[in-house]
Design a protein around this ligand. Structure first.
Ligand SMILES: NC(=O)c1ccc[n+]([C@@H]2O[C@H](COP(=O)([O-])OP(=O)(O)OC[C@H]3O[C@@H](n4cnc5c(N)ncnc54)[C@H](OP(=O)(O)O)[C@@H]3O)[C@@H](O)[C@H]2O)c1
Length: 338
């Protein structure tokens, strides 16, 4: 089978195509014929070896994939050959609160990912693909989709009429917008591009802000919420945007800290966090159980991921460069096999 592998932290050019035997599923395992993968910003970090100390080499990168079960090993009860499935981001975080042990085996980081034609998964580390989604759409869910779900629905506990602020038009932020709209929230969305803002309006964003033209956008969010501020900020910007997010969030509101696109070190005025009782909480993807909840909600509400562009597996390097350029709107996908 075809497999892309990184021998070390050598960047996109270091990705090598290797030929490997198709593995056999053991006790409690399923062999998945992977059909689709999607890229996350994280994959740009892993090719450089920049995703935490537990990143292994050689590594099959990319966490998010979907496909069809080819064979099942002994003792598998929940699935059979022919079932369409999605891999869970953390192989061992099945449910409940996170722990170091549950978060150890993250795909495409500490364990091999999905940039290969076949992969063995423990039975407990896949979920069923809903009928309304293609394999490419399904492959968007494990990291970007679930992280947004965890921020908006679990941490944010968003209720109809509340206000959610999303930043940019990457995978996580567009899912966050879709989930917030489905919860009945009013979404204020930012982007560096007016053309992308127009597309966010089509997806249901009520207020649009160009963060490049208006770097002090926090004040505008307060103005547009009658002086109150947003109930939830879905923070992906990091160093450059966190001070604006602190300005934008309401007293007692929540900042879900998901990404640090503009850097991980910020000089912040911490006083308002205390006096305005802001909850600043990190979010890291979620459990398999939560992935299942999210899929049930997407099925009930007919929510489909926003796909920007699909590259064939052989063009993986171009796909990563395209993601790096940041011109995409939603998910950049890889067709592994038809
Ligand atoms: N904690 C977790 O579990 C978790 C899970 C997934 C992702 N993440 C993190 O979340 C971030 C987004 O990931 P992604 O995969 O959705 O990325 P992505 O698809 O590559 O999105 C990048 C987009 O973010 C916007 N952006 C860039 N710099 C920005 C800034 N300074 N302020 C606001 N927006 C900015 C841009 O949108 P415009 O072109 O519209 O301006 C850009 O196109 C990354 O830092 C990633 O590592 C964390």
């Amino acid at each position: 089978m075809k497999c892309y592998e990184l021998q070390g932290p050598s960047g996109i050019d270091g990705l090598a195509l290797v030929d490997k035997p198709v593995p056999e599923p053991g006790q409690g395992e399923v062999l998945v014929r992977l059909k689709a993968a999607t890229l996350n910003y994280r994959d740009l970090l892993t090719v450089k070896g920049g995703y935490g100390s537990r990143q292994k080499f050689p590594l099959v990168p990319v966490s998010d994939g979907a496909g069809v079960i080819e064979r099942v090993g002994p003792g598998v009860r929940e699935f059979a050959a022919g079932d369409r499935v999605i891999g869970s981001f953390f192989e061992s975080w099945l449910s409940g609160e996170p722990s170091q042990a549950k978060m150890r085996a993250n795909l495409g980081g500490a364990v091999d990912g999905v940039l290969q034609e076949y992969r063995i998964f423990p039975e407990h580390a896949v979920v069923r693909t809903p009928d309304h989604l293609s394999d490419l759409e399904a492959a968007s869910l494990p990291c970007a989709g679930l992280t947004a779900w965890s921020a908006v629905v679990k941490l944010g506990n968003i209720r109809p009429g509340q206000t959610v602020l999303t930043q940019g038009t990457g995978g996580v932020s567009i899912f966050a917008l879709q989930f917030a709209v489905a919860c009945g929230a009013r979404v204020i969305a930012t982007s560096s591009s007016d053309a992308k803002l127009a597309r966010l309006a089509e997806l249901g964003a009520a207020e649009l802000i160009n963060y490049r033209e208006l770097p002090e956008w926090g004040r505008l969010v307060v103005e547009r919420t009658a002086g109150v501020g947003a109930d939830l900020v879905v923070e992906v910007g990091g160093a450059q945007s966190l001070s604006q997010s602190l300005r934008a969030v309401r007293v007692g509101g929540t900042i879900a800290l998901i990404g640090v696109l503009s850097g991980g070190r910020a000089e912040l005025n911490l006083g308002p966090v205390v006096t305005r009782q802001v909850r600043l909480q990190g979010v890291t993807v979620g459990s398999r159980e939560r992935l299942g909840e999210m899929i049930a909600a997407m099925t009930a509400n007919g929510i489909r991921p926003v796909i920007d562009r699909v590259f064939p597996l052989d063009e993986i390097k171009d796909a990563l460069l395209y993601l790096k350029a940041g011109r995409h709107f939603g998910k950049v996908c890889i067709e592994i096999q038809s």
